[in-house]
Design a protein around this ligand. Structure first.
Ligand code: BES
Ligand code: MN
Ligand code: ZN
Length: 508
């Protein structure tokens, strides 16, 4: 990953391939953002005018490259749009900085070193820029011919080194912000790697092995239930979904504990390493991206490792419900009834509604330890994408205050999310003539129906939130800001933030 440093160096004398500066959209045209004073001075204070002549407006996502002024060691200045200029006395918001840094880092792929002279009003801004750089510089080359070396030779390797100018390397708060950014971004990028890894290489067993290795490295306790153990324990939901696959299911439990913890959280992730739909097979056109159906489990895994690396003073247990949903002679049929880990019976009416089945067992398992709160993360329904689009995830909960807290945490870290209801009247659509509940209900409001199903498997009295990340988990469009094409790592930063809030006693 890109190396990140804080630097007190002045822009002119800095040896780098490029100097990145910010441009905001002002009332009367582009405005050079704070942090770039030395650069502007070297252009005799005419930088804003030059940028305007070159067509720059300061809009988000905009990149303008120009030759560096004489006397500069770096050959190129990269001006990146920050969006609207903030009101007088207000600073740039963290997300604007994060996105601009990510956009610049992408534009600098193939470069060795860049200096970032973006506005840093406080330590948190350095964290935001650092995060944006590390997330924007991500690339997934493992399956390109000759891997990373070939990319490096063709000049497309990710930016190797980023120095943040104006950061205070001796200031504790700045140092901590950069270290946090590095830990979170590194684990988030690992989650992206897992999502991008093709399903023939990442089956439940392989995912569990990755989790085991990481747990060992970071002092996290890990327990893997294989098929035999799942049968013995009565995990009918996970087994039912996995029964059609040649690669058996797994339930992975990761326990990070802090000796100073007073709160405990459980994160539960949907880990369908490939969702073909099963016997209710998805039509062509709907399964090409279904390797992303384990993005919830990847996010949970990354968040637990990040919590451990940051030494957060809270206990966090991650549950990865891993299975491959395939059709075969041993697959669950529409009409089958599964006996779940909680003891409830479920009539499977559609084998493509599999996420809720594996999550039900994991939610019940998590509930047995009576954590203070549970959050599940899942690429659960196409309906949530229809409702909120491809960049916003839905937040549902059994507790309004907890839902608000999770939504606010998401907004704070720059993950677009929106609260969704769990209307009681939709529950009866899942009534089954044969079993306690069916795994399908009304088509309208399908994302909420799925949420209501999950709620039935959360232990009494435990605050629970459900994040349906089907939209933003996998970016099928082009890259933007710090978000690449493919796996995005959505929800990792929300989970880490919630864990930090719990550690600080600020989660209520
Ligand atoms: N994994 C899918 C949901 C999904 C769709 C995620 C598109 C990402 C992109 C899920 O398992 C599924 O198939 N859901 C069904 C549920 C239905 C059968 C009740 C759906 O949304 O169509
Ligand atoms: Mn499905
Ligand atoms: Zn699925």
């Amino acid at each position: 990953m890109t190396a990140l440093t804080l630097s007190t160096a002045a822009a002119p004398g800095l040896r780098a391939d490029a100097i990145v500066i910010g441009v905001a959209k002002g009332a009367k045209g582009p405005v050079v953002a704070p942090g770039a004073e030395a650069v502007d001075k070297a252009y005799d204070g005419r930088l804003a005018g030059v940028l305007e002549t070159l067509g720059a407006s300061g809009a988000e996502g905009e990149v303008t490259k120009l030759p560096a002024p004489s006397g500069f060691k770096a050959p190129v200045v990269v001006a990146v749009g920050l969006g609207a200029e903030p009101e007088k006395d207000a600073g740039f918001d963290a997300e604007a900085l994060r996105r601009a840094a990510g956009t610049a880092a992408r534009a600098l792929a193939g470069s060795k070193k860049a200096a970032f002279a973006l506005p840093l009003a406080e330590a948190a801004d350095a964290g935001a820029v650092g995060e944006g750089v590390l997330l924007g510089a991500y690339s997934f080359d493992a399956y390109k011919e000759n891997g990373k070396d070939a990319k490096a030779k063709s000049g497309k390797a990710p930016l190797a080194e980023a120095a943040l100018l104006g950061g205070k390397p001796r200031d504790k708060a700045y140092k901590a912000a950069i270290e946090r950014a590095a830990a979170v971004a590194e684990e988030l990028n690992r989650a992206r790697d897992l999502v991008n890894t093709p399903p023939n290489d990442l089956n439940p067993e392989a995912f569990a092995a990755v989790a085991q290795a990481a747990a060992k490295e970071h002092g996290i306790k890990v327990q893997v239930l294989d098929e035999k153990a799942l049968v013995k324990g009565g995990y009918g939901g996970i087994l039912g979904v996995g029964s059609g696959s040649a690669s058996g299911p797994r339930l992975v439990k990761l326990s990070y504990t802090s000796s100073k913890a007073t709160k405990s959280l459980a994160f539960v992730g949907k880990g369908i390493t490939y969702d073909s739909g099963g016997i209710s097979l998805k039509p062509a056109g709907h399964n090409e991206t279904m390797k992303c159906d384990m993005a919830g489990a990847a996010a949970v895994f990354a968040a637990v490792v990040a919590a451990a690396r940051l030494g957060l003073e809270v206990n966090v247990t991650g549950w990865l419900a891993l299975a491959e949903n395939m059709p075969s002679g041993s697959a669950t049929r529409p009409g089958d009834v599964l006996r779940m880990y909680s003891g409830k019976t479920v009539e499977v009416l559609n084998t493509d509604a599999e996420g809720r089945l594996v999550l039900a067992d994991a939610l019940w398992a998590a509930s047995q330890e009576k954590p203070d709160a549970i959050i599940d993360v899942a690429t659960l329904t196409g309906a949530m994408m229809v409702a909120l689009g491809s960049r916003t995830y839905g937040v549902m909960a059994n507790d309004d205050a907890f839902r608000t807290a999770v939504h606010e945490a998401a907004e704070e870290v720059g993950e677009p999310a929106w609260p969704m209801p769990l209307p009681e009247h939709l529950r009866k659509g899942m009534d089954s003539a044969t079993a306690d509940i069916a795994n399908m209900g009304e088509r309208m409001g399908g994302g909420l129906v799925a949420g209501l199903f999950l709620r039935e498997f959360v232990g009494e009295g435990i605050a629970w939130a459900h994040l349906d990340i089907a939209g933003p988990a996998f970016n099928e469009g082009g890259p933007f800001g710090y978000t690449p094409k493919g796996g995005t790592g959505t929800a990792v930063r929300t989970l880490v933030r919630v864990a930090e809030l719990a550690a600080a006693g600020d989660l209520g």
